[in-house]
Design a binder for this molecule. Sequence first.
Ligand code: ADP
Length: 355
Amino acid sequence: MGAISIRKVVKRYGLGHKANQVIHGVDAEIADGEFVVIVGPSGCGKSTLLRMVAGLEDISDGEIAIGGRVVNDTEPSERDIAMVFQNYALYPHMSVFDNMAYGLKIAKVPVAEIKTRVDKAARILELGALLSRKPRELSGGQRQRVAMGRAIVRQPQVFLFDEPLSNLDAKLRVQTRLEIQKLHRELGVTSLFVTHDQVEAMTLAQRMIVMNAGRMEQIGTPEAVYQRPATTFVAGFIGSPPMNLLRGQADGSRFTLAGQALALPVSAPRGGELILGLRPEHAALARNGAAGWPLKVEMIEMLGAERLVHGRVGDAPFTVRIDGTLHPPQPGDLVHVRMNGDHLHWFDATSQQRV
Ligand code: ADP
């Protein structure tokens, strides 16, 4: 019913030799009822892709289908979608009820049906007690819930979310994230959600699309993307702090980095120039005198349950996550790092693809 097919989609702004291509052939199949997050840094083309699905931007090349129907030339109002934006775009002079009901009134839905749908949405979003208030009498989180309510009452095949949590403070973001998850569990509507925040993507997505410079770097479950990043870009973007990436020469169970040959806990997959990836939680400080890779400590960050030890291995930045109760090294110390051999990632130094 609400599946979305994105096939070889290209977007160019402008015409002829002045055209600027910002989406370079994206392919993705989103199943009916699935919650997919598009994540990537600012300017990578996430909103443009979402807006092409919505019909707010023309598709320069390729095809988008919703529910099996190609919608390239279909008006937004005919696509059976509802969109939730970052700025809630509520009508300030209308009550919460009227804000949610407005689109249905315009569509000439019978009054009794409107009331049923708005009441149901208000119940799901816990807005029942606020229906007669004006938007200015609501908190930011409540306003965003009204904006979601307005999308729900339309009973669309697809929800499109464009950074809907960006205007909320940290605590409300977490709370609203949980509400969106609950909403999806209850309604099971296909959802496409855009964010630049990788934590938001990891926590909300059934599958995520990681984008970089107008290209899809990887699509998969949060676990798959985290555990087996397809490229160095994904390795560095997903996870906080990011994966350590070291460029060097692999030769069996040795890795040469800035002239130092260091022992690997397991053999490299092949010889030659490679990038070795290791997450900060998969490294540990070696006990006094034990062997390991030399790390020149530059800075310690206390996060409560854990500390981050930042420094350099050779000339490459490197971070180790340690238990917050351990006595930390000091800036300027030379310590040794052990790596968990089960969690080494290898990338081709030229293509930046996983080996
Ligand atoms: P994101 O949502 O990932 O931050 P966007 O989809 O907004 O990125 O933008 C992708 C690229 O397209 C950017 O380089 C941006 O400058 C460009 N772009 C977006 N909208 C327009 C436009 N209307 N005209 C020209 N270029 C645009």
